[in-house]
Design a protein around this ligand. Structure first.
Ligand code: 26Q
Length: 818
């Protein structure tokens, strides 16, 4: 997406950057400009940009060291980063310089940009949040380090073949990664299995010696993370697994060549692939290996850094905060204890105080199937010393309750680290809770629900620990980089200060909502984004869209609780209504869907097929004359989101109330001026407070109503069908195979199941959703009202900046930043 340069650019800077790129192309890529491929140019530009990052990076690192500033470590199994070229150039203020420099060389930067593969080291919201947080922490000058795994294969590529999802291996590293620095010297030994022996001088048995059976090596790869205006540069350190070379060589020399290679493959499989599920039932051994591998590497690394500068681990909480992104790194509680007690010789009590003082934990889901537990058997086998430590933590924890005269069996059972029913399992959520001084949810409603559901009993014991930190998004990526036209308008209207202080300054846009000329411009920039998206849709799936239609968008992981099915039922209802009365003046609408389903999640995959079946039927029906189009865009990822979000008129945030912890795309859409149709779930609640319910389309049961229905076991949808001829007709059509003539039975199970047990209240909310969608259409007919609301959505989205979220974490949890 090109953009005229807003300010005059310094020709000397342009020349310098041009020379830097040419030099990289020649001496690092080894290509002559005459014969360079686009990919060679990409690499040269990235390397030239990276050079500009290194000095501020080292300055920042030195400053933190000298100031002995409190460090924050963000431990996450996922970082859903996307592309980095524009992120770096834009935050360094070099975007226009680079564009001009490349134009001088006859190279189109905006074309080259498309060649960078997405770093898709995450599944969805949680991973993208980690990436937004990294950028905000750099912007605010928090001395932060991200720690994770350098997966060789990120999230699978989704191909749609005959309407069905197929998973293909993602290979983001095929052409190398110009942003990272391999640190071959930063390496740790990670043990697995083996046995534990008592130390003779320790009668209480708190200190033990662990002799692992297997050892794997971790190697660090560092990627600099540039904050806005290059103010600070932090590090994202990702670990790669390698076989311990000595062992490997010994076996090889002994003649066991195959065994040696198998060992190597087994060790290196730890960082091979991201688990492609955003929730899961069965804990796999490899997953636990991944979790321990990256946690142990990270803790050893940060302790080494701490010891070099401070030396007394009892003081760790004063200088270090460790944030656990969900329970995925929760084994950190036991590993930190092990390192402090067994390796560094602290007493159990000293170590426990330091551990709880240092760790904090963010919960991202209440879904029971996503709450991690590990079988005691597997833990004993893979991490015998950690299992002992967990037992000991549990014993002291239960003792402390008894000492407070709490003997209620139900309570003790609920707060135990060990789940005793259906096989003994370690509850990672409880472990993370007990081992942390702060436990936060990610929206007000989600945090309230945490207090009364998953952590009800632990909350009663530790009423001060649970707190809320409503999610946010980085405006640099989700506005400045992805929507330069709108950004330009904001700068022209409010002044360039809006880029530095959007949280307060965006509000000044409110008065522009009443200016017809500004609204007109707003419509124009949206139309350009829609034309751009329509081109992309035509190129990718051959569906032709009318950019003047209402673009109605739902893009996110496919999950039953997110209710893509509800949106599809509305699509069919609209289709049937249009066919029944083709001469009514319908609002032309485009339904856009995108999202991946976990490979083993069959109902989600069937919903993708249904979307594609409906799309084929609707798009080929001549009676509609293009009034309705449906597009399922394959392979949703960060880059696709950047193209879709600026082009959306209507944002679908329609999860069953009580199920979506926060949502973050909801904020991205609102920031870009889309109106939301949604339930009062997750951060939609805060959005309605900030933006005003009158500028959104809120519908459906509240979380309380959902809870009441669940408690009463009212899942049968027949009453709703009886009350709604429209819903009845929609379900019948799908059931009888109207959208699947090639296999009329395809959706019988889905529809019968929905009626018998409507787990996510799709049918219950249908009529209300339909009515809300009628309001949407009527509102669209009043452009003045619609676009006024659109401008107000942008104006009032400032609070959803991840800078605000990070400031709250820094103030309340980390005690960093003064
Ligand atoms: C667990 C065990 C084994 C394999 C995979 C997993 C796993 C992986 C990813 C479980 C959950 C996730 C991801 C969860 C997630 O993305 N949650 C979302 O987090 C967002 C950021 O807070 C919220 O906005 C969303 O509401 C929430 O669904």
């Amino acid at each position: 997406m090109s953009q005229e340069s807003p300010v005059s650019i310094d020709p000397a800077e342009v020349a310098a950057f041009r020379e830097a790129v040419l030099s990289k192309l020649t001496y690092s890529v080894g290509k002559d400009p005459e014969h360079a491929f686009d990919h060679d140019w990409f690499e040269a530009i990235a390397l030239a940009a990276r050079d500009r990052i290194v000095d501020p990076w080292m300055d920042h690192t030195r400053r933190i060291y000298r100031g002995n500033q409190k460090r924050v470590y963000y431990l996450s199994l996922e970082f859903l980063i996307g592309r980095l070229l524009f992120d770096s150039l834009s935050n360094l203020g070099l975007l226009d310089v680079a564009r001009q420099a490349l134009a001088d060389l006859d190279v189109d930067l905006d074309r080259i940009r498309q060649l960078e593969p997405d770093a898709a080291l995450g599944n969805g919201g949680l991973g993208r949040l980690a990436a937004c947080f990294m950028e905000s922490m750099a912007t605010l000058g928090v001395a932060a380090h991200g720690y994770g795994i350098r997966y060789e294969h990120g999230l699978f590529r989704q191909a749609i073949v005959d309407g069905w999802q197929h998973e293909q291996t993602e290979t983001w590293l095929d052409f190398g990664n110009p942003w990272e620095f391999e640190r071959a010297e930063v390496t740790y030994k990670i043990g697995f299995g083996g046995g534990v022996t008592n130390l003779p001088d320790d009668p209480k048995g708190e200190r033990q010696h662990w002799e692992p059976a297997d050892v794997v090596r971790s190697i660090a790869y560092d990627t600099p993370v540039v904050g806005w205006r290059g103010r600070a540069v932090n590090t994202l350190r990702l670990w790669r697994a390698r076989a311990e070379s000595d062992l490997h060589l010994e076996r090889f020399n002994a003649g066991d060549h195959v065994g040696a290679v198998l060992d190597e493959a087994r060790a290196e499989s730890i960082s091979r692939v991201l688990y492609p599920a955003d929730s899961t039932e069965a804990g796999q051994q490899l997953r636990l290996r991944q979790e321990y591998f990256f946690v142990s590497s990270s803790l050893q690394d940060l302790i080494r850094r701490f010891m070099k500068q401070n030396g007394d681990l009892r003081e760790l909480p004063q200088y270090v905060s460790i944030q656990l992104n969900d329970t995925h790194p929760a084994i950190a509680v036991a590993e930190l204890m092990r390192l402090m007690v067994d390796v560094h010789g602290l007493t159990w009590d000293e170590a426990w105080t330091a551990t709880v003082g240092t760790l904090s934990y963010t919960n991202h889901t209440l879904l029971p199937e996503a709450l991690e537990t590990w079988s005691v058997g597997l833990m004993e086998h893979l991490l015998p010393r950690h299992m002992q430590i967990i037992y000991l933590i549990n014993a002291y924890h239960i003792d402390a309750l008894r000492a407070k005269d709490l003997h209620d069996f139900e309570l003790l059972r609920a707060v135990s680290l060990i789940q005793e029913d259906n096989g003994r399992r370690v509850r990672m959520g409880n472990l993370a809770f007990i081992g942390s001084h702060s436990i936060n949810g990610v929206s007000g409603l989600h945090t309230d629900l945490m207090r009364v559901t998953v952590f009800k009993h632990l909350h009663q014991l530790y009423p001060d620990r649970i707190n809320n930190k409503t999610n946010g998004i980085t405006f640099r990526r989700w506005l400045y980089q992805s929507n330069p036209r709108l950004t330009r308008m904001l700068v022209d209207a409010i002044g360039p200060e809006v880029l530095d202080e959007p949280e307060t300054r965006l509000l000044q846009l409110e008065s522009f909502a009443d200016k017809p000329s500004f609204r007109k411009q707003f419509v124009e920039q949206r139309r350009e984004a829609k034309v751009h998206l329509a081109n992309l849709v035509r190129e990718r799936i051959g569906v032709v869209l009318d950019p003047d239609a209402l673009f109605d968008v739902q893009v996110k992981r496919i999950h039953e609780y997110k209710r893509q099915l509800l949106n599809l039922l509305h699509t069919v209802a609209l289709y049937q209504a249009m066919r029944a009365e083709p001469h009514i003046d319908w609002v032309p609408r485009v339904k856009i869907f995108a999202g991946k389903a976990a490979a083993s999640y069959h109902s989600a995959k069937l919903i993708i097929k249904l979307a594609n079946d409906i799309a084929r039927t609707v798009n080929n029906d001549p009676t509609l004359r293009g009034m309705l189009k449906v597009a399922f865009l394959p392979n949703y990822n960060v880059s696709l989101a950047e193209a879709i979000i600026p082009a959306a008129d209507l944002s679908e945030q329609i999860s069953t109330a009580g199920y979506e912890a926060s949502g973050t795309s909801n904020m991205k859409f609102a920031l870009n001026g889309a109106l939301t149709i949604g339930t009062l779930d997750g951060a939609n609640v805060e959005m309605s407070e900030q933006i005003g319910e009158e500028h959104m389309f809120i519908f459906g049961m509240s979380a309380r109503q959902v809870e009441a229905r669940k408690a009463a076991g009212e899942f049968n949808a027949q009453p709703w069908l009886d009350a709604s001829p429209r819903l009845n007709e929609v379900l019948q059509a799908i059931h009888r195979g109207a959208f699947s003539p090639d296999d009329p039975n395809r959706y019988k199970g889905l529809i019968d199941g929905l009626i018998a047990h409507d787990t996510f209240f799709v049918c219950a909310d249908f009529d209300d959703y339909w009515d809300a969608q009628r309001k949407v259409a009527a509102y669209w007919r009043s452009p003045k009202l619609w676009w006024r609301s659109a401008v107000l959505n942008t104006a009032r989205a400032g609070w959803f900046s991840s800078d605000r979220t990070i400031r709250e974490y820094a103030r309340d949890i980390w005690k960093a930043l003064d």
